[in-house]
Design a protein around this ligand. Structure first.
Ligand code: PAF
Length: 292
C-alpha cells in the first residue's frame, strides 16, 4: 500500500527521520493525472535513491485567471492505481489550504528566464512554479528531484533557482516520453478530441522536420520557424502562441544555428495549450549536455 500523506508536518517528520538514518530521498513533483511520462520519471527516480516521494498538487498560483486550473484533470484513485507497481514509497497530496492557507505572502521570482517562451503569455506562471517547488523542496528536503524535459523552460527555471538559493539538491532532467505518433505525453492531452489529434501531432512533426533541415545544413532560424509554422497552420484549430529557436541555456532567440539550439513551441489546439521542444544539432556541433 502506498502511503498517502496530506499534511506538511507529517511529510517533513517522515522525511527527516529517513534522512537521519542515512537514506537518500527522491522527489518527483507532479500535478497528478499521471501518464507514461511520469512513470518514466518515477523509474529513473527509483534508481537514484532509497525513498521515493511523488507529490500531487494542482498548484493554483501557476495558473492565470483565464487558464484551466478548474478544469485540470484530477483523479487520485487512478493515479495511485497507475503507480502501484512502481514502488513509490509515499504520495504527498496536500490541499491548497494546507499549502497556502496560513497567511502566505512570499514568492520566488526569477528575473530573466521567465521573460521568454511560455513566460510571455503566462506572466505569473514561473513565479507560481518556482514558489511551489521551493516549498516542496523545503517540505521533503530531497537529495534528488526529477523533472521532464518537455517542460524545458521549467527545468531551467528550477535549476537556476536551486543554484541561486543554494538548495543542496541534484536536479535531473528526464527525456520527453511520446505517444506512438510522436505527441509529447501530457496530462492536458486528455482534453483533446479524436478530431484534434492530427493537429496536435503536427507539433512533433514540425520539430522533426526542423531537426532534419538543420542536419542537412540549414542554419537560418527564420526559415525553419516559417516551415514549422506553415505545417501547424494547415490545421484550422491550431493557434500558434510561439515557435522559437533559442539558446538552450539562456533561452535568448538565435538567428543562426551554428551551435546546438533549442526549438520550442506552444500551440493552442481548440482550448488545449500544448508545448513541445527539441534540440537542433548542426552537423558540426554535438549536444554539449544531452542529459539535460
Ligand atoms: O510540471 C508540473 O507538473 C508542475 O509545474 C510542478 C513542477 C509539479 C509544479 O507545480
Amino acid at each position: 500500500m502506498i502511503k498517502i500523506v496530506t499534511d506538511i508536518r507529517g511529510m517533513q517528520e517522515q522525511c527527516d527521520t529517513l534522512r537521519k538514518k542515512g537514506k537518500t530521498l527522491v522527489l518527483i513533483p507532479t500535478m497528478g493525472y499521471l501518464h507514461d511520462g511520469h512513470l518514466s520519471l518515477i523509474r529513473e527516480g527509483r534508481k537514484r535513491g532509497d525513498f521515493l516521494v511523488v507529490s500531487i498538487f494542482v498548484n493554483p498560483t501557476q495558473f492565470g485567471p483565464r487558464e484551466d486550473f478548474k478544469a485540470y484533470p484530477r483523479d487520485l484513485k487512478r493515479d495511485v492505481e497507475l503507480i502501484k507497481p512502481e514502488k513509490v514509497d509515499a504520495v504527498f497530496y496536500p490541499d491548497a489550504q494546507e499549502i497556502y492557507g496560513h497567511g502566505f505572502q512570499t514568492s520566488v521570482r526569477l528575473s530573466k528566464l521567465p521573460k521568454y517562451l511560455c513566460g510571455r503569455s503566462r506572466p505569473i506562471h514561473f513565479t507560481g512554479v518556482a514558489t511551489i517547488v521551493a516549498k516542496l523542496f523545503n517540505i521533503v528536503r530531497p537529495h534528488v528531484a526529477l523533472f521532464g524535459q518537455k517542460d524545458f523552460q521549467q527545468l531551467l527555471v528550477i535549476r537556476q533557482m536551486v543554484k541561486d538559493l543554494n538548495f543542496d539538491i541534484e536536479i535531473v532532467g528526464v527525456p520527453t516520453v511520446r505517444e506512438p505518433e510522436g505527441l509529447a505525453m501530457s496530462s492536458r492531452n486528455a482534453y483533446l478530441t479524436a478530431e484534434q489529434r492530427p493537429a496536435a501531432q503536427s507539433l512533433f512533426q514540425s520539430l522533426e522536420e526542423a531537426k532534419k533541415q538543420v542536419l542537412s545544413g540549414e542554419t537560418d532560424a527564420a526559415k525553419i520557424i516559417q516551415s514549422a509554422s506553415e505545417r501547424i497552420r494547415a490545421y484550422m484549430e491550431a493557434v500558434i502562441d510561439y515557435i522559437i529557436v533559442c539558446d538552450p541555456e539562456t533561452l535568448e532567440p538565435m538567428e543562426h544555428i551554428t551551435k546546438p539550439a533549442l526549438m520550442a513551441l506552444a500551440v493552442k489546439i481548440g482550448n488545449t495549450r500544448l508545448i513541445d521542444n527539441m534540440m537542433l544539432l548542426p552537423e558540426s556541433g554535438a549536444d554539449p549536455n544531452p542529459g539535460r
